[in-house]
Design a binder for this molecule. Structure first.
Ligand code: IVH
Length: 669
């Protein structure tokens, strides 16, 4: 089909608009339009490129879906070596570094201090503003050409926005955000695959995929921290490089600040360390760089690292201890997981006495034995795990870890299903499975019955008071008081918590709580978006479910077989009877919804909700949630550490409410 002029113009216009909104979203962290509006622009561009293939362009934002699989990676040679950094582990080492710098330069020096992202170093090459190639650091001289994969990363623009030079090599870190790391591991575990040990391994594994389509699904991010070879522009400070990179549409390391002495650097270190767990990405310290590039050159390099920079590391998430024993836990799906019993050890502020050993092949691969000295790791919300044995400390008294042949709880023979690493207890009524299922059911991300979980579920099952999830809602005070070590006050609190859970349940959490195989938090959210109630979901066919985004054949099959089981049909009936049955309002109901036509914007973190939960609540009550403040915003909900939206809302006179006001508003509604 010949291509009319208007289509050509519109395609160019759409590309510019989309690139601009990518820039607002990724670089400035201040989007101007909603996700839905963005999606509309994107699909308009995609459609035009399909109708008029002659308009396709390798640098169009639509090209981020990933090209053809490769058979191997080519070499990627760096024009200038990519150095490593010297590490410091204490303020004393920081002072030594500063003293060396002052001694050599004989003058006062400004430092540019930024977070050290824990990912994978890469270099991107742009010629005349267009992305041409990119590679990993490798040994600093030669890495791997991962251009096709880098192209799929959403915050790597395929064309720079403005003020770009003739040629520029941009260096930075590719990371996987913590939330995406948890999501990916959730999927891996559900599929019976080995999870990644940490976000860095996950980022590296995702970028070094021969099939770019897999990389495209992983939602990696790139943050720049420096330059390689450059032609057609020059800079005088690190700070200037940052500002210029941002103008070109490149995301830079998100936390950085200028410091003038060791006190300021130490204060910044404490500040970042305090918010380390809340940051969306993993960091392992700060990088301190001399700001002035001429002074950097004057200081020069050792064989391995620049003399103008230091990585000041946070205390490790790892510690050494002794593996005393291994016990075997039976999970919801009957999977038997080996758990290490450790000599208690403190890691990053928590006392650790247990850690997961994943499965038998992992134990064999790591060659772990009882009585081994081991390295244990804890990062963020991840379950602590044993990294490896300390082989130098073996005495000969270590004993092999033996796997049971029978279920440690019900005695049934354990089986390994074909293609799985895990061994399972296949007895559906194994008490351990019931216990794990119910603990999952009442957990925070599930029905959320505070105080019941791990402490009381086993006791309630043992006493015969509950045999399934529905029974929890029939518990009476005298039932609870009959339990050992249950006082009047605790019984009261539990009953209140059960009641509260019933009032506050949302469809997505209820679906997640059911513990359907392969249905994690994210999948539950997708299902709750498309179905108005459990009834509707239970009637969906495999074909219908497979139409939904991110729902594959295995997940669809698992959902259908869950609802086919008569015991689960019964459970649904019981839920209905109890009133544990959220039904999403149909559109016509929205007419009378209390927050109808009200637009909310959220900023900062809320204590009682995640962003998504708050959004779901608002939408259920008929309101809308937008990403940016405008004169049309009705309420700005302010949590902890609010962003620039607060200032904008004040300027525009938008009503500002805190979390407490918000809770009142939605509970009154
Ligand atoms: S500067 C010549 N800045 O840390 C100096 N590196 O341990 C080049 N890294 O290979 C590095 N965040 O992958 C720099 N803000 C940051 C960084 C950073 C993470 C990584 C980078 C480097 C490694 C060295």
């Amino acid at each position: 089909m010949s291509c009319p002029k208007w289509a050509k113009q519109r395609v160019e216009e759409l590309r510019k608009i989309i690139e601009y909104h990518n820039y607002r979203y990724y670089v400035l962290d201040d989007p101007e339009i909603s996700d839905a509006e963005y999606d509309r622009l994107f699909s308009e561009l995609k459609q035009l490129e399909i109708i008029y293939p002659q308009l396709q362009d390798p640098t169009s934002p639509t090209q981020k879906i990933g090209g053809h699989p490769l058979s191997s990676f080519k070499e990627f040679r760096h024009n200038l070596p990519m150095y490593s950094l010297d590490n410091g582990f204490s303020f004393a080492e920081l002072k030594d570094f500063l003293a060396r710098v002052y001694k050599q330069l004989k003058q006062k020096v400004e430092f540019w201090v930024e977070v050290k992202l824990d990912g994978l170093a890469v270099e991107l090459v742009y010629e005349k503003g267009k992305f041409v190639s990119g590679g990993t650091r490798g040994d600093g001289i030669v890495g791997e050409d991962v251009s096709e994969n880098l192209k799929t990363i959403r915050n790597i623009p395929l064309r720079l926005l403005e003020k770009f030079p003739e040629y520029i090599e941009i260096r930075g870190e590719v990371v996987l955000l913590k939330k995406d790391f948890y999501k990916l591991n959730e999927q891996k575990i559900a599929a019976g695959e080995k999870p990644f040990a940490n976000p860095r391994n996950a980022a590296a594994g995702s970028l070094r995929q021969l099939d770019p389509k897999i990389t495209a699904q992983r939602d990696l991010r790139f943050y720049a921290y420096g330059l390689g070879q450059v032609r057609g522009i020059s800079f005088s400070t690190q700070e200037e490089i940052y500002n210029h990179l941002k103008q070109m549409g490149i995301s830079v390391v998100p936390e950085a600040r200028k410091c003038f002495n060791s006190e300021e650097i130490e204060a910044y270190f404490q500040h970042i360390q305090a918010k380390r767990e809340q940051l969306p990405y993993e960091i392992d310290g700060l990088v301190i760089k001399v700001n002035d590039l001429a002074l950097q050159e004057e200081l020069g390099y050792t064989a391995r690292s620049p003399r103008y920079a230091l990585a000041l590391k946070f205390p490790a998430h790892q510690a050494e201890t002794v593996l005393k024993d291994v016990i075997f836990q039976v999970g919801r799906t009957g999977v038997v997981t080996p758990v290490a019993i450790l000599d208690p050890v403190e890691i990053a502020g928590a006392r650790i006495s247990r850690a997961t050993l994943h499965n038998e092949s992992e134990i064999r691969a790591k060659d772990l034995r009882i009585n081994d000295h081991v390295l244990v790791q804890r990062a963020g919300d991840v379950i602590p795990e044993v990294v490896r044995p300390i082989l130098e400390k073996r005495t000969g008294k270590e004993k092999p870890i033996r796997f049971p042949a029978q279920c440690p709880v019900c005695g049934s023979k354990l089986e390994r299903l074909s293609g799985e690493v895990a061994i399972r207890c296949l007895n559906m009524s194994c008490p351990a499975r019931l216990e794990a299922n119910l603990i999952h059911f009442v957990s925070k991300k599930g029905v959320n019955i505070e105080g019941l979980g791990r402490k009381w579920i086993p006791v309630l099952i043992k006493s015969g008071l509950i045999k399934g999830a529905g029974d929890i809602f029939y518990l009476k005070k005298q039932d609870l008081l009959s339990l050992p070590r249950m006082g009047e006050k605790s019984a009261q609190n539990l009953l209140q918590a059960i009641n509260r859970a019933k009032q506050n349940i949302t469809l997505d959490r209820l679906i997640f709580a059911l513990g359907i195989r392969h249905v994690g938090e994210q999948t539950a959210k997708i299902l709750a978006k498309h179905y108005a109630s459990l009834d509707e979901l239970s009637k969906a066919s495999e074909e219908e479910l497979r139409q939904l985004k991110d729902i594959g054949p295995e997940v669809a099959r698992s959902i259908v077989s869950f609802f086919t089981l008569p015991a689960n049909q019964e459970l649904l009936k019981q839920f209905k009877k109890i009133g544990l049955f959220p039904v999403k309002p149909k559109d016509f109901l929205k007419q009378t919804l209390p927050l109808k036509n009200k637009t909310f914007v959220l900023t900062g973190s809320l204590k009682s909700f995640t962003r998504d939960e708050a959004k779901t609540r608002i939408e259920e009550l008929g309101g809308k949630v937008s990403n940016s403040v405008s004169s049309k915003t009705d309420f700005l909900v302010v949590g902890e550490n609010p962003g620039s939206k607060l200032e904008k809302a004040k300027r525009l006179g938008v009503k500002i409410i805190n979390e407490e006001d918000f809770l009142t508003l939605i509970s009154n509604s």
